[in-house]
Each structure stands twice: as structure tokens, then as C-alpha cells.
Ligand binder design. Structure first.
Ligand SMILES: [Zn+2]
Length: 150
């Protein structure tokens, strides 16, 4: 994790901490933390329900948390996944689009797995949102957003 900055480590630790609050029925625990435009960190965890599709992912929970506090942009995202998953730690497609919608270009997504309350340093991976989602849905909404912001 030597390539991570202080704020990146702080984000990872925040995601790790809230991962324990995940409400898991059949999947695995995920914690996320976003650095928002107000300079604060907002966390989220996944919440599963018995009805497939009603639950939410940790990443969207964290972004919603930031929006709840008046933010519309995020500067970085950390995602920590319980080391029970067979796949690499990655946001799902829906979350990648959600992250993109609240990001400027080049926002970093810091991903890691965790076991026994520790981030597994060998699993830490950092990508930009464009690397993870090169063909995002941009639409005219972004142009409208830029227009409205002046
Ligand atoms: Zn997701």
C-alpha cells in the first residue's frame, strides 16, 4: 500500500470500518467511503433484502450519504470487500455508472479485500473511473449540468 497517499489510506480505513455494518443475507460484506467535495468522508455499506434488486451496494450507499449532506461531487472512492468473494474487488456496473455520474474525470477508485479486520495490502488496486468504465453513459444530462452550473 506504499503507493497510497494519506487520504487514500484514510478512505480505505473508513470503508473497512463500515464494512462490518453491512446487512448481508446471501452475499458478502462490502464497505465504501467517498471523499466528497466538502472535504469530508462519507461511508456506506451494502444492504441486502430478501427481494432481489431492492437492496443497495456500498458504493451507492456512500454516495447517497454524501448527497444527503449537500454534496454533488466526489473526489475519490474506496471499496473494501470481505475476503469471501471469489472475484477481485470491483464495483458492479451500476455502481461504476453511479460513481461516474458524481465524478469529474480522473477520479480514483481504490479497491481492496479485507480479512479479520485488516485490509489485505496485496489486494489493493487503484484505477480511475475511466479505466473501469471507459464507455460510460454520458448523455446530454452532463452537458445540461455544465450549462446549469454556468
Ligand atoms: Zn454495486
Amino acid at each position: 500500500m506504499s503507493h497510497l497517499g494519506e487520504k487514500d489510506r484514510e478512505l480505505l480505513q473508513a470503508a473497512l470500518k463500515v464494512m462490518e455494518n453491512a446487512h448481508v443475507i446471501w452475499g458478502f460484506k462490502v464497505g465504501a467511503a467517498v471523499l466528497a467535495e466538502d472535504g469530508k468522508i462519507y461511508e456506506g455499506c451494502n444492504v441486502e433484502t430478501w427481494i432481489s434488486g431492492l437492496g443497495t451496494c456500498a458504493e451507492r450507499c456512500a454516495i447517497d450519504h454524501a448527497v444527503l449532506h449537500g454534496n454533488r461531487k466526489i473526489k475519490a472512492v474506496a471499496v473494501v470487500i470481505e475476503d469471501k468473494n471469489v472475484e477481485k474487488s470491483r464495483p458492479c456496473g451500476a455502481c461504476l455508472q453511479y460513481i461516474k455520474d458524481f465524478s469529474d474525470d480522473g477520479v480514483r477508485v481504490i479497491m481492496a479485500e479485507a480479512r479479520a479486520g485488516q485490509v489485505l495490502s496485496e489486494t489493493v488496486d487503484v484505477k480511475t473511473i475511466e479505466e473501469l468504465l471507459p464507455y460510460s453513459y454520458e448523455s446530454k444530462q452532463r452537458a445540461l449540468d455544465s450549462f446549469l452550473r454556468g
